[in-house]
Design a binder for this molecule. Structure first.
Ligand code: PMP
Length: 404
C-alpha cells in the first residue's frame, strides 16, 4: 500500500475542493457535447470557453464525413504500430501533406502531440548531448528530456539573452545541443521571441525545435505558426505540433527541413511501440488541414473573437497575462480564489480551465480561456458578463462598453 502514499497530496487537494461543495474541477464530466462551443455540464447548458478548439473544426461537416467514411471503409483501428503492422495509405498521405504545407521534405506522424515530443526529443538526444529548454515548456517536453537521458539546461522564460549566455558557456558542446521552445505558451498565451532565439541558437551551432501546438492554424499568413509569423522558417530545424487543437482531432507530428528526419522512425520508441492513429482520425485530420489552408476566414474569425475578449477583460480590470492570443489567462490571487471564481463562472454557464500549481509556472493560479473561431459574438458577450460578476472586476469604461 506504500505505493499509494505519493498520491495522497493530490487526494488532499481533491478533498478540499469537494468539501467546498463545488464540482471537482479536474474531474468535470461534459455530459453531452452539443457543438464546438456548447455542452451540458452538471445538467445545464454551458459555453465551452477552454477547449483549444481554435478553428472550431470538431463539428465541421466535411471533417466528420471524411472520418465517418474512413471508419466504414478502413475499420475502427490499426491495431498496432506502423513498424510492425505497416503504414496505411492515409498515414503517408498526411505526412506528405504536412511536409508540403511547410515546404520541407519530411514529416512524421505520431499518435499524440505528447508522443511527438517524447518521440523526437528521445530520438535526437542521448547521454552526452544537451537539451536547452525554456523553463515554461510543456510537460511533454520535460518528459521527452527525461526519456533521452541527455543533460537538461533550462533558460529563463522567453529570455533570448539568457539562452545566449547558457549556450556560450557550453562552448564546443553547443554543437550537440537542441534548443526547445513553444510558439504560444499553453498557460499564459505569450509568444516566444523566436527571431532572437533562432539567432542565439545558430550563433552557437545548436539546433532549434519549436512546439507549435497552440500556434498551428493560429499564427502566420498561412497558419503555419509562429515560425512563419516571425519570419524564421529558415532558422528552425524541427517543428512539432498536434492534431488535437486547431485540427480538432488527436495525434501529433514533426516536420523538418532536414532529410535525416526519416531516420527517427527507426529509433524513436514512442513512434515504434504504440499503435498508429486510426483511419478515422487520420482522415478527419487531413480534411481539417485542408480547411486550415483553404479557409483563412476561420483564422480571421478567431482573431476577431480574441480581440473582443481581450479588450473586454482589460476594460473591466481583469487584463489577461499576455498580449492578445487565443489563450487568455486571467490571474487570480490564490488557488482558493481561482477555485471560487471558476465555480462562479460555471454557475453562470461559462466553463473555462482552472489552472493551479504544479501545472502552472511560478506557482500562479489562473482562469484560462481558450477561444474558438466558432464562438459567436453573443457567446463572447456572455463570457464577459460572467467575468464581470467576479470579485475585483470593474465595469466597462466608456468607449469599451460596446466591446464588453
Ligand atoms: N505541446 C504543448 C505545448 C501542449 O500544450 C500540448 C497539449 N496541451 C501538447 C504538446 C500535447 O498534445 P496532445 O494533447 O496532442 O498530446
Amino acid at each position: 500500500m506504500a505505493l499509494f502514499d505519493k498520491l495522497a497530496s493530490a487526494a488532499a487537494v481533491r478533498r478540499d475542493v469537494i468539501s467546498s461543495g463545488g464540482l471537482v474541477p479536474f474531474g468535470v464530466t461534459v455530459e453531452r457535447i452539443l457543438s464546438p462551443t456548447e455542452g451540458m455540464v452538471a445538467g445545464r447548458r454551458v459555453i465551452l470557453g477552454g477547449t483549444n478548439n481554435y478553428l472550431g473544426l470538431t463539428f465541421d461537416p466535411e471533417c466528420i464525413e471524411a472520418g465517418a467514411a474512413a471508419l466504414r471503409s478502413e475499420g475502427t483501428g490499426t491495431t498496432g504500430s506502423r513498424m510492425a503492422n505497416g503504414s496505411y495509405a492515409g498515414h503517408l498521405a498526411l505526412e506528405h501533406e504536412l511536409a508540403e504545407f511547410y515546404g520541407w521534405p519530411q514529416a512524421i506522424v505520431f499518435s499524440t502531440g505528447y508522443l511527438a515530443n517524447l518521440g523526437m526529443i528521445g530520438a535526437l538526444a542521448a547521454p552526452g548531448d544537451v537539451l536547452v529548454i525554456d523553463g515554461d515548456c510543456h510537460a511533454s517536453i520535460y518528459d521527452g528530456c527525461k526519456l533521452s537521458g541527455a543533460e537538461v539546461i533550462r533558460f529563463r522564460h522567453n529570455n533570448a539573452a539568457d539562452l545566449d549566455r547558457r549556450l556560450a558557456r557550453l562552448g564546443e558542446r553547443a554543437q550537440n545541443a537542441l534548443v526547445i521552445v513553444e510558439g504560444i505558451y499553453s498557460m499564459l498565451g505569450d509568444q516566444a521571441p523566436l527571431a532572437d532565439i533562432a539567432a542565439a541558437t545558430h550563433r552557437h551551432g545548436a539546433m532549434l525545435m519549436v512546439d507549435e501546438a497552440h500556434s498551428l492554424g493560429v499564427l502566420g499568413a498561412n497558419g503555419r505558426g509562429l515560425c512563419e509569423a516571425a519570419g524564421v522558417m529558415d532558422g528552425v530545424d524541427f517543428v512539432v505540433g498536434t492534431f488535437s487543437k486547431s485540427l480538432g482531432g488527436v495525434g501529433g507530428f514533426c516536420v523538418s527541413p532536414h532529410a535525416e528526419l526519416g531516420l527517427v522512425r527507426y529509433t524513436s520508441r514512442p513512434y515504434i511501440f504504440t499503435a498508429s492513429p486510426s483511419p478515422a482520425t487520420i482522415a478527419s485530420t487531413r480534411t481539417a488541414l485542408a480547411a486550415l489552408r483553404s479557409r483563412p476566414q476561420l483564422r480571421q474569425r478567431l482573431w476577431h473573437n480574441v480581440s473582443r475578449l481581450h479588450a473586454g477583460l482589460t476594460a473591466m480590470g481583469l487584463p489577461p497575462a499576455a498580449e492578445p492570443s487565443p489563450v487568455l489567462a486571467v490571474l487570480r490571487d490564490s488557488r482558493d480564489q481561482a477555485l471560487a471564481d471558476w465555480q462562479q463562472l460555471l454557475d453562470a454557464g461559462v466553463y473555462v480551465n482552472l489552472m493551479v500549481p504544479p501545472a502552472t509556472p511560478g506557482g500562479i493560479s489562473l482562469l484560462r480561456c481558450s477561444i474558438s473561431a466558432a464562438h459567436t459574438d453573443a457567446q463572447i458577450d456572455q463570457i464577459l458578463a460572467a467575468f464581470r460578476a467576479l470579485p475585483g472586476a470593474g465595469h466597462a469604461v466608456a468607449g469599451q462598453a460596446a466591446l464588453a
